[in-house]
Design a protein around this ligand. Structure first.
Ligand SMILES: [Zn+2]
Length: 158
């Protein structure tokens, strides 16, 4: 890692500590950088916002996209204090930054009581057999909306 990459990762770590000490949520922080400038940042805000999706990466992605006035993070780098959980991993792939740097590993997170390994296990299981059962129904009715989407002429493909 370069000195500037270490600098941004250190800022993510500081956000993790500050957010935790402020009682906003768990010890996780994230900084998003484009062309050497910070365009988004966040710390875990699950407790502060009563939002289970307010992980540091998601908070930072929302902040960066708002600042960029765009729904994707092309050419951006994500610096996060810990290896992303499955939800954040998904959010990162949807946001499409160019690179992710992380400090702590998911094993470190599990050791601190943040074990997301069960989610990876759940992904592999048949939806009906998951701890939260996922049940399929009314497929044909819902497919009609996809048909409308396919025919929609003024859609913005993303
Ligand atoms: Zn996460």
């Amino acid at each position: 890692m370069t000195e500037s990459q270490k600098h941004f990762l250190q800022l993510a770590i500081e956000l993790a500590q500050n957010g935790m000490e402020a009682g906003h949520g768990g010890p996780f922080g994230c900084v998003i950088v484009k062309d050497g400038k910070i365009i988004g940042k966040g710390s875990n805000s699950v407790l502060k916002n009563n939002d289970p999706t307010a992980h540091a990466e998601v908070v930072a992605i929302r902040d960066a996209c708002k600042n960029l006035q765009h729904f994707q993070l092309e050419g951006c780098e994500v610096y996060t204090s810990c290896e992303p959980c499955p939800m954040c991993l998904g959010a990162i792939f949807w946001a499409r930054p160019s690179k992710v740097f992380y400090a702590c590993t998911k094993e470190d997170a599990a050791d601190a009581g943040f074990d997301d390994d069960f989610i990876y296990e759940e992904i592999k299981i048949d939806p009906t057999q998951r701890k939260i059962p996922m049940l399929n129904g009314m497929r044909k009715e819902s497919q009609k909306v996809f048909e409308l989407w396919k025919k929609k002429e003024d859609k913005k493909v993303y």
